[in-house]
Write a protein that binds this ligand. Structure first.
Ligand code: HGY
Ligand code: MN
Ligand code: MN
Length: 409
């Protein structure tokens, strides 16, 4: 009977549209930075859908929201989840798809009056993006006990506000302890956000794991001076040092090759004026690699270069780690189940690693976890142009439905 079970693609599309209207920005994208009013509005909308579907909803102390559907037997649920916070120039699918497809699975089971042996749950985790408050995957990391709650609440974001204050302001500092309910198994449907599936014309990705992530914020302090009167030999130019390190980050990625990536996404100079030598530069370097050893090599080279160029320019350099996660491998049985389910439903499928971080990499610390990818057209994401074809959204949600059914029965 269950092999005929399918999700309702139009209902899923309607919810993606409705959630995409919350914090909508020109070009078809979304801006719902974690713990902002837009995030609250998105949370309220999704929580309302959870309740309409009969889920028992709990909100924990870091604002993670979990809706549980009873099974025939009590016990830890099989969970589908992701995030609904976005980067400032987000697409409508990043994170949102995994949560809304989870709700669509629940509604399809409700319509078919199918009750699973184990309970099912749908969750969205707080601040997966890490764009406002570091690290990324903060809520799911706290959920699995990888980050003490008080540290998470005390974290100050890029605009000077703390997680705890913002959580209170939007009314999502919940009563449930982090980590409840415990999870039997976790599956996350997500857009690939990279070019692989789209380029190869493959519908489903059976994700084998997530690459290592290293986020560092550097602060360079130099000496402001006149851009016209100061001879080059007398300069202590924070802007020059920041740009030199940014260039070196790219050089390191080029020379290491393979999976190594490097990004300087945020850079602030002060006083940031055309005719004043910058006395202060604050910027971030995002390094990632599927291999922990090579990632550490990249980090060593970056810090060695930064130290040398700072000494040569006579500026002071400090840094702080914003996020550092080693590569994660998903449970081989879950990866195989995703692959087999995709095949059984008649979809092309291949295994691949995830270039992006995901909540699934945190849940993998406490239960068997895996991910299902669907193609991102042109590999575009963290960009309002992010797009996935309706047929691929439907395929991914059906693979999620049957993967969850297999794990829950
Ligand atoms: O940065 C990431 O990989 C994710 O979008 N948080
Ligand atoms: Mn995401
Ligand atoms: Mn993202």
């Amino acid at each position: 009977m269950s092999t005929e079970l399918r999700i309702d693609a139009n209902r899923l599309a309607a919810r993606i549209e409705a959630l995409g209207a919350v914090g909508a920005i020109p070009g078809g994208g979304v801006c719902r930075l974690a713990l902002t009013d837009e995030d609250r509005a998105g949370r309220d909308l999704v929580q309302g859908w959870m309740r309409e579907l009969g889920l028992a909803v709990s909100i924990d102390a870091i604002g993670n929201v979990v809706g549980v559907r009873l099974g025939i037997e009590p016990g830890p649920p099989v969970m589908a989840g992701s995030h609904i916070d976005t980067v400032r120039t987000g697409g409508r699918f990043d994170g949102n798809l995994g949560v809304l497809a989870g709700l669509e699975v629940i509604q399809a089971l409700n319509d078919a009056k199918v009750v699973t042996r184990r309970p099912l749950a749908v969750a969205f985790f707080t601040n997966e993006e890490g764009a406002r408050f570091s690290p990324d995957m903060m809520g799911s990391l706290a959920y699995v006990g990888g980050l003490p709650l008080e540290n998470a609440l005390a974290t100050v974001g890029i605009d000077g506000e703390s997680v705890g204050d913002c959580l209170k302001k939007i009314g999502y500092q919940g009563p449930a302890p982090c980590g409840q309910p415990q999870v039997h198994a976790y599956v996350e449907l997500h857009v690939e956000q990279g070019p692989v599936l789209d380029l190869e014309g493959i519908t489903i990705g059976a994700v084998e794991g997530v690459q290592g992530i290293s986020w560092t914020e550097f602060t360079v302090l130099g000496l402001s001076n006149h851009a016209g009167t100061t001879p080059m030999r007398l300069r202590h130019d924070a802007g020059y040092v920041a740009c030199a390190i940014a260039h070196e980050a790219r050089e390191i990625a080029r020379s290491l090759g393979g999976d190594q990536v490097a990004t300087v996404g945020a850079i602030n100079l002060s006083p940031n004026l055309v005719n004043v030598i910058a006395n202060r530069a604050v910027f971030t370097v995002d390094l990632r690699n599927t291999g922990e050893g090579v990632l550490q090599q990249a980090e060593r080279r970056l810090h060695a270069f930064a130290g040398e160029i700072a000494a040569a320019e006579g500026v002071t350099l400090s840094h702080r780690v914003l996020a550092r996660f080693e590569p994660v491998s998903f449970d081989p049985a879950v990866v195989a189940l995703v692959e087999a389910t995709a095949r059984r439903l008649g979809h092309s499928v291949r295994r691949l690693p995830s270039g992006a971080g995901h909540d699934a990499q945190m849940l993998a610390r406490v239960c068997p976890a895996g991910m299902i990818f669907v193609p991102s057209v042109g590999g575009i994401s963290h960009n309002v142009k992010e797009f996935t074809a309706a047929s691929d959204l439907e395929a991914g949600a059906n693979v999620l439905l049957h993967t969850l059914l297999a794990l829950a029965n």
